[in-house]
Structure formats: C-alpha cells, structure tokens
Design a protein around this ligand. Structure first.
Ligand SMILES: Nc1ncnc2c1ncn2[C@@H]1O[C@H](COP(=O)(O)OP(=O)(O)OP(=O)(O)O)[C@@H](O)[C@H]1O
Length: 905
C-alpha cells in the first residue's frame, strides 16, 4: 500500500489543530480504602470541575477544570462516549488517534481503558457495519514497555523489539507482530491475549498492578468498495494506552523487582510529564524530550503530533492519596494545553494506483493519436521547426564544402601559375644561354639576335583564347585570364599591374577563407544551440573547425611565401625598370654594340684590300689635332678605353670574338661593305700590311715600316695618352647611362671622319688600349658591371697600367740601348747623372709635353726604338699586333647573368 502524506478526508491537505482532550475520572473508594475509613477528599462540582474538599474549610477549594470530569458513579460507557468516543472513531476517517489513561497505581486506569476499548471496538464495528460503501480492514498489534523494554504482546517470544525512526510513519516498532481482526469478537479475543501477556504484579495498593505500559494498536484501513467514485482510502491507527501507575514506594511497599519496575515506571512517567508540560501552551520551540523514554517515543505522534489524543486521568478520591491525585490533576492541567495537528492519512491502494496509471496512459495515447489535440500540434510544430533547422544546417554545411572546394581550387591554380612562371623563367634562362653560345659561333649575324629569342622565350604558349576561354569553367576561365595577364606582365613588366593582381588574388583567397570559416562557425553554433546530433557529430564539427583553421594558417603561410616571392619579383622588376633596361632594350644595345664592333673589325679587315690604300692616302690630316675636339672625344670614349662604360661592350665583343683565322666572319656586315666602297686605295700597302689581321705577327711585321708615319702615329698617341690621362678622372664620374652615346661614338666614326692614312696609328692605339683594357680586366678580375664601382677602380687600374707600361719601357732601356746611347739620352732628357732608376726617370719624361711637337717626336723615336717593332717580344705582340684571339682566362662579362638573376624568382 502506498501511503501519502496525511490530509483531510476530502483529499485536501487540511490540518486541524485541537487540544488534547483531557478528562478526569474519579473512582469510588475501593474496599481497602473503605476499610481504613479513608475520606473522600475530592468533589466533582459539575461535569467539568473537580475540587478538593477541605474538611476544615480553612482554605477555599481549588477547582480543576477539564473537558470532562467523571464522578465515581459514571459508567464506562459514559466515560467512553464523552471522553474518548470522538477520538476513537477518528481512526475510521484516517486520523491517528490515541486514548490513554494516566493516574497513580490502583486509580482505575486498567479498569477505565478496558471500558473504553470495549466501547470503541463496539462502535468501530458498528461504524463498519453502517458504512457498506467502504471496505475496512482492522489489524491489531500490542506491546508493552516493561522496564524500558518493548515486548510484543502478540508474540512475546520475539523478545525485545527495537524502535525505528521512519520518515513517513514516525517511530515504528521493528518486527512488531500484527494480526488482522476478522471481526469484533476476534478482536476482543486478541486484545484478551495481549492483556494476558502483560506483566502484572501485586503491590500493597493493587493486587493486580500493571507493571508495564501497555499499548494496543488498532490499524484501520478503509477504502471505497466502488473505485470509480471519488472516495478515498484511508489508514489510521488507534492506540489504547494503559500506563503503569505512578507509585510511591512508601505506599506500595515494593522491593526487589517491583521496586525496579516502579523506578522505570516513574521515570518514564516523569518523561511523559515533561513532554506534556513542554508541549502545553503551544511551546514547541524548545527541545521536546521524546527520546528520553520509549513511551514518549512511541506516543510522539499523539503528543503534539498529527494524531487526535484523549487523556483520561484516573484518580482516587481517598484523602490518603490526595497528593498523588493533585499530581495527576496537575499533569492533566498541563496536558489539556497540548495542541495536536490532526491530519488524515490518505492512502492509495496498489490496485487503485495501477488502475489510475492505466487510465493516464490511455489518455496520453489518445492525445498522441489524435491530430487535433493541442499537445500533439505543439509537438508537430516543434518537430517541423527542428527539421527546418536541420535543413538550414545541412545547407550551411554544403556551402561550407563548396567554399572549401573553391579555396582549394584557387590555391591549386595559384600554385600552377607560379609553377608556370618558374617554368617560363627556366626556359628563358636556358634559351638565353643557348643564344649566347650560338652568338659566339655565329658572330656577326644580325638575322636574329638575343632579343628576339629571349622575347620568344618569355612568351607564353599561344592559344586561341577567344574561342577556348568561352568553353572553360568559370574557375578555369579566371585562371586562363590570369595567365594571359601574367604573360602580358612578363612581356611588359609593369610592377604596379603585377602588384595589383597579386593583391587581388590575395584578397580573394582571404575572402574565401573567411566565408568558409564563418559558415562553419554558424553551423557549429546551430549544433550547439539546438543540441542536434550525437557525440560523433560534435566531434566531426570540431574536426572541421580545426581543419578550416589549419587551412587558414596554411593559406597565411602560403601567402607569406608567395608574397615573399612576389616581393622578390617586384623588387627585381622594379630594379630592372629603374635601370631602364628591359631585356629587349639591353639586347638592342648589345646588338648595336655588336654591329659597331663588327663594322670596326670589318673596316680594319678591308685594309687588306688594295682599294683601301687609296682611302688611306686621300686623307692626310691627322684626326687628333688639338683643335679637333670631336675627334679627340672619339679617342677618349673609344670602347677600348678602360674607363669608359663602353668597355662592357668591348668585353662582350672580346667574349664573342671568333677565332683569328675566321676572316669570313667579318664579311657579312653591311657597314663593312659600305666602308669598303668608301675606303681609298693607296700605295701604302706595306704599312698597312703590318696591321693585317689574318697574317701572323712575324709575317705581318715588315722592316719597311714608314718611320715618319709611325712617328706621327706615336705623336698623336702621345697626345691622346696625355689627354686620356687627364680625362680619366672626369670619365670616372660619368654615369653608366651614357652607354648609348658611347655606342654611337664607336671607332667606326674614326674611320669615317679621320684620314685613312692615320688608321694605322688608330689601329696601334686601339690595340694598345685594348691590351691595357684586357690587362686591367685580368688585374681587376671582374668586369666593371660586376664590380659596381667602375670609375674609381678604372682610374686606379689605368694608373697602374700606365705605370706598368712605363716600367716595361724602362726595362727595355737596358737592353735596347747601349750604355753610350743611354748616357746621351740621360743628358738630353736632363736625367740626373747620379740617382736611382735613371731609366724610369727617362721613360717618365716621355710624352710629358704634348704641345711641344719636337718633344713628342723625340718621345716617339725613343719608344719606337725601345719597343722594337721588328722584335718578337710577346708583350709587344699583345700590345700592338692585331691579335684577336681572346685570352683563355678572360673573365666574361656578367651582364646577361645579371639579367638572368633578375628573373631568378
Ligand atoms: N470506576 C471504578 N468503578 C469501580 N471499580 C473500579 C473503578 N476503577 C477501578 N476500580 C477497581 O479498582 C481496582 C484497581 O483498579 P485498576 O487495576 O484498574 O487500577 P490501575 O490504576 O490500573 O492500577 P495499576 O496501576 O496498579 O495497574 C480494581 O479492582 C478495579 O475493579
């Protein structure tokens, strides 16, 4: 059976407060008292008041007022009816009830309780009989507290029983035997058994004195027979408590066991008195010593609890027990102030509970099956909302996948673009190298130059973009458009356009990543908000978030790398742009230089032809007079000059020089051909034969040299030497950008503007300066373009070369001139007779006065003698012969490498 909290029979949880009903029953004088002529000391004034009769009338009587005061003549039925019946029948309506008798020993407690119990049983069964709509079950249990031991009166062999604290029921007796009373007779029989089991002892005051507290408990369960109605089921306990009587040892004359019993009885009664006293007057705040005795523990619910309680105090009228009676009346006075909170203990039988649950299940099933019910519609709307959210999340997930795919395609396309750039760069480099090698072999050929090759290399493979792009996917179309743009950028490297395109690509990539990240976060938030999915879904979402973060990080890293590459490209393109030297322009310049050199060489080669003699004869005027500044400028800015930037072109010419005997290489130049036509033929073939390129140095060098012509040549060379010396410093400060002008002032102009007869000198000077330039290049171990500080190093190198040249001449003084000739020259050139390095002093005085033609001529004579044109000295060969063989260890010009480095991304 399921026990609910106590409530009123109506099902409500009403609590009814009421004071304990306290009545006083005074018995008549018993035979012993009558035998002793004891006096009646108490008088019942009315049904509620009792007073002590003062025989001496000395003091006014003290009245005690109670709910009822029963005189000795009152019957048991009346006591029950007026003092206990109402409380007893409360159990039938689910309210716990307790009726107990309190009084001194032999005051009639047992006598009174027997009468109340009998009447209550009678009334209970009468009520049951009068209440056919309900089914009642009466169970009986009985115990005694003997010497503070709980004994089951229905099963005494069970021994002492423990008291347990049940949160719902309160204090319960463990293993207390309970029997169902079949009817009133059976109940009475059981009660009789219990009384028979109770401890009874003989004292001086009572032959059958109860030596224990006895509690007979009737449990009444009632439930409506027809469960379809609103009638409730109840359960309640009705306690009949017959206390042991307080006793005075002086009066009971007890000893031994009786004395011990008396002590326990008095002690427990004292606790009961204390509890009642404390509960009286509504004093519930303080500690109530229920647990000080087993009696108060068991009666706790009846003493200030949820039970209805009726106390019948029995007293003896004898004057000899007046003090004991006073104590009883005092106790009763206190007890009548105790307030209980009676509640109905409503129970739901298991069968009823099952039926109710079945009904509820049927109702819920009907609501679920019925589409019109409000709860079902709410549920359906909730489900529809969830389904919509799930669809939105799936859509977001798909968008996220598309964005991720787009990002991936974008990255792959960028990688392909970069790879295309690298491949084009490598191809350009390789073709450039090939072009260089080809140029060495096919020197002089202008049909195709490096420029055209390189430009072709840098071009992307042509494709029919107008038709093919339309067939491509949008992503591929954008990629092709970008490729075309990059191709245009490479053909015309505009840094601003390239930077703008790079920024666009980076911005688009960043935007795609942000969109993907936002979509994933929204998706993740939806999952978290609506708690969709299971643990696996949550892990998948976390993994996707982690992946997109990694993607963003990877993209950032890739951006940095690509940005770094692009920055390098930008810097290099910008550098190239600042120099104003695109690949094509550089190649055009190189081509021009090559043409100039080829023309120059061709011009010299034409001197082998007979018709060139006339040209040499026709012009007799020296090209480098002091007043002829333009011609002087040609010399100064000749490509052979080590200080001129045109030296680069010269170096390049040397680099690409063909083998010495390949005369055909010079015949292909149109400029050479025109020169051939303009060149006069004269009879100075012997002089020119010295300078024939195709001849060996030994055979080309003739003894029939026109000394005057050579002297004139050296005179002019001296002038130029000095002037070159003076302008070296000025030249050092010139910008490299003058290269274009220098190309225009190539040696070809000498030939056009000068006297052909002076070309021998020009050729000598050219070879000399070429030798110096080569020598300087070897000493410098680098080309000016690579050194980067052309002016300073060139001046230093030129001075050093000039010094070496003079030292070279000085050494030759010793073995080219006799001692006599040397002394004569020393004297003539005012070299001190005593001193160190007189030979070098002599040489240093040569060419020092360009305005003194005699000085110049004499210097030339000395030099001619020293260098011994007819000798076989290797230095002289290198310096003056037409030796076009390039030095084996010549350092190549790094200009093209430098441009290649610009494209080395
Ligand atoms: N109202 C009464 N009318 C007639 N006889 C009574 C009445 N009350 C008690 N008696 C008689 O008094 C005697 C003692 O009564 P009882 O045993 O009931 O006292 P008690 O209070 O129970 O004593 P104890 O506490 O010692 O058990 C009994 O013989 C009983 O018949």
């Amino acid at each position: 059976m399921h026990r609910n909290p106590p409530c009123t029979p109506g099902g409500s949880s009403k609590v009814r407060e009421e004071k304990i009903g306290v009545t006083v029953r005074m018995r008549p004088l018993n035979p012993k008292e009558q035998a002793m002529y004891d006096l009646i000391a108490w008088e019942c004034l009315d049904g509620n008041t009792i007073v002590f009769k003062n025989p001496n009338q000395e003091r006014p009587p003290t009245p005690y007022t109670f709910d009822k005061v029963f005189a000795p003549t009152c019957s048991a039925h009346k006591v029950y009816d007026e003092g206990a019946k109402d409380v007893a029948l409360s159990a039938l309506s689910g309210i716990n009830a307790t009726i107990f008798a309190y009084g001194q020993t032999s005051s009639g407690k047992t006598f009174t309780m027997r009468g109340i119990t009998e009447n209550a049983i009678r009334d209970i069964y009468e009520y049951i009989q009068n209440t056919p709509e309900r089914a009642f079950i009466l169970r009986i249990s009985a115990l005694e507290i003997y010497n503070e031991t709980v004994i089951d009166l229905l099963n005494r062999e069970s021994g002492a029983l423990r008291l347990l604290d049940d949160p719902e029921k309160g204090t319960v007796v463990e293993k207390l035997n309970e029997k169902v009373a079949k009817d009133g007779q059976h109940l009475r029989h059981l009660i009789g058994i219990c009384e028979a089991q109770r401890q009874i002892g003989e004292t001086a005051l009572n032959d059958k004195s109860s030596r224990s507290h006895q509690i007979i408990r009737l449990t009444v369960e009632s439930s409506p027979i027809d469960s379809s109605g609103h009638l409730k089921s109840y359960v309640a306990s009705l306690n009949f408590v017959d206390l042991a009587g307080s006793e005075r040892i002086s009066q009971t004359h007890t000893c031994g066991a009786r004395l011990k019993e008396g002590n326990h009885i008095n002690r427990s009664l004292l606790t009961l008195t204390t509890v009642i006293r404390k509960l009286s007057g509504g004093k519930r705040s303080g500690h109530i010593p229920y647990r000080d005795s087993k009696l108060t523990r068991i009666l706790q619910s009846s003493l200030g609890g949820n039970a209805r309680t009726a106390i019948i105090c029995t007293i003896s009228p004898a004057l000899s027990h007046v003090e004991q009676t006073r104590n009883t009346l005092t106790f009763a006075t206190s007890a009548k102030e105790v307030i209980n909170n009676a509640r109905v203990n409503m129970v739901v039988p298991d069968k009823t509970l099952v039926r109710q649950l079945q009904k509820e299940v049927a109702r819920l099933e009907g609501e679920l099956q019925s589409p019109d019910r409000s709860s079902s519609s709410c549920l359906k709307s909730l489900l529809a909302e969830r389904e919509l959210q799930i669809k939105l999340m799936i859509s977001s997930l798909q968008n996220f996948k598309h964005l991720s795919k787009a990002c991936e395609i974008q990255d792959m396309q960028m990688e392909r673009d970069i790879e295309d750039l690298r491949r084009q760069r490598d191809l350009a480099q390789s073709q450039l190298k090939l072009e260089r090698r080809t140029n060495k072999v096919q020197k002089g050929s202008n049909d195709y130059g490096p420029s055209a090759q390189v430009v072709r290399c840098l071009s992307f493979p042509e494709e029919n973009e107008s038709t093919s792009i339309g067939k491509l996917t949008p992503v591929r179309r954008a990629a092709v458009g970008r490729q075309v743009m990059l191709k245009n950028l490479l053909i015309s490297p505009d840094p601003s356009i390239l930077a703008s395109e790079i920024q666009k690509l980076e911005h688009r990539q960043l935007q795609l990543c942000e969109n993907a990240n936002q979509a994933l976060e929204v998706l993740h938030k939806d999952f978290a908000t609506h708690k969709f999915g299971n643990q696996e879904t949550a892990e998948t979402m976390s993994k996707l978030l982690s992946e997109i973060k990694d993607l963003v990080l990877a993209t950032s890293t890739a951006e940095e790398i690509v940005t770094a590459d692009k920055v390098n490209l930008m810097e290099k393109i910008t550098q190239l742009d600042c120099q104003g030297n695109t690949i094509a322009s550089l190649e055009r310049k190189l081509e021009n230089v090559q043409k100039s050199i080829d023309k120059l060489v061709s011009a010299f080669s034409t001197e082998e032809a007979p018709e060139s003699k006339a040209h040499l004869k026709r012009k007799k005027i020296l090209p480098f007079t002091l007043s002829n500044s333009p011609n002087m400028q040609h010399i100064i800015r000749a490509p052979c000059s080590p200080l001129s930037s045109s030296c680069k072109a010269m170096e390049h010419e040397i680099e690409n020089r063909v083998p010495p005997k390949n005369n055909n290489a010079f015949s292909g130049s149109d400029a050479s051909e025109s020169l051939h036509k303009d060149t006069s033929r004269n009879d100075e073939q012997s002089c020119n034969s010295i300078l024939t390129r195709g001849g060996s140095p030994s055979t080309g060098r003739s003894k029939s040299v026109n000394v005057k012509k050579i002297q004139k040549m050296f005179k002019n060379a001296a002038e130029e030497n000095i002037r070159s010396f003076r302008v070296l410093e000025l030249e050092a400060n010139k910008s490299v950008n003058e290269e274009t002008d220098i190309v225009d002032r190539s040696p070809l102009s000498w030939h056009i503007m000068g006297d052909p007869s002076d070309q021998m000198y020009m050729e000598v000077e050219l070879r000399r300066l070429t030798w110096l330039e080569q020598h300087l290049a070897e000493l410098g171990n680098a080309s000016p373009a690579l050194l980067g500080d052309e002016p300073a190093s060139s001046v230093s190198a030129s001075i050093k070369a000039l010094k070496q040249e003079r030292e070279h001449l000085g050494k030759r003084v010793s073995y080219k001139l006799s001692a006599e000739e040397r002394e004569l020259l020393y004297a003539k050139w005012e070299v001190p007779p005593v001193g160190k390095q007189r030979r070098l002093q002599l040489v240093n005085k040569l060419w020092t006065d360009p305005y003194n033609m005699q000085h110049v001529q004499e210097s030339a004579d000395i030099v001619a003698k020293l260098i011994d044109f007819c000798g076989s000295d290797e230095n002289s060969k290198d310096m003056f012969e037409l030796n076009f063989a390039s030095p084996s260890n010549k350092k190549t010009w790094g200009g093209w490498n430098f441009i290649s480095n610009l494209l080395n991304l």
